[in-house]
Design a protein around this ligand. Structure first.
Ligand SMILES: [Zn+2]
Length: 223
């Protein structure tokens, strides 16, 4: 009986090790040829990769009307991956509607670039269902960046007079008077007393009613 158990254990170990070897062998290396902004890169093989689980301020390539912190986000991303070797990890969806590859990007030292962007306060967490693998991990890192008031978080008010409306299905939040916010079914509505509360729970702002929310001059005392 004892012998049988050891045998089983041994077989489990062999299976585990072969799976490990398989998964390591599967992690392919890629070379980064170009960095567009804080969350999009081009690989040498021509693949455009969009970082999963985060958003960074937009660079306006046409009119130069860049969002605040967009240059900083691109610079950090360049520093981390440009002309370097990376590996990709996928979640449930591997492509977005622009046919970009969706991935968690890892540097040679094993650190995840998506997480480092959030850690520095130059990216915020955006949940795109069904890709939830690192959601709580990234939210925790974001909470720390908010506490430290890094980058995009420096102007975020903690106490507000206004109220926001979250959608627990999409993890987006809106100003109370946003037409998209009004359409959220009652059962899916989550009230937030401040943007701070919404971000703390991993919700991200609607682009329609809260554009450039991280701008210094942005005012949040509307109704
Ligand atoms: Zn909205």
């Amino acid at each position: 009986m004892k012998h049988f158990r050891i045998n089983n254990l041994f077989m489990a170990l062999v299976l585990f090790l072969s799976l490990l070897v398989l998964s390591l062998a599967h992690a392919e290396n890629y070379h980064v040829a170009f960095v567009y902004d804080g969350d999009t890169i081009l690989l040498q093989n021509g693949t455009k990769v969009r970082y999963l689980g985060i958003d960074t301020p937009e660079i306006d390539h046409e009119n130069g009307n860049d969002e605040p912190f967009s240059q900083e986000a691109r610079d950090l991303n360049r520093e981390l991956v440009n002309m370097k070797t990376i590996t990709l990890e996928y979640d449930r969806q591997t492509k977005d509607r622009y046919k970009r590859t969706l991935a968690y990007v890892f540097m040679e030292n094993g650190e995840m670039v998506n997480a480092l962007m959030v850690k520095s306060g130059l990216a915020y967490v955006v949940t795109c269902k069904p890709n939830l693998r690192y959601r709580s991990y990234l939210i925790n890192i974001q909470r720390q960046a908010i506490r430290e008031r890094l980058g995009i978080w420096q102007n975020l008010p903690i106490e507000e007079k206004t109220e926001y409306r979250g959608n627990r299905k999409s993890f987006r939040f809106h100003r109370k008077n946003c037409p998209s916010g009004r359409q959220i079914p009652i059962n899916n509505r989550v009230p937030f007393r401040s943007m701070y509360d919404a971000f703390r729970d991993g919700y991200s702002p609607c682009h329609r009613c809260l554009p450039r929310w991280f701008e210094k001059t942005a005012r949040f005392d509307f109704n």
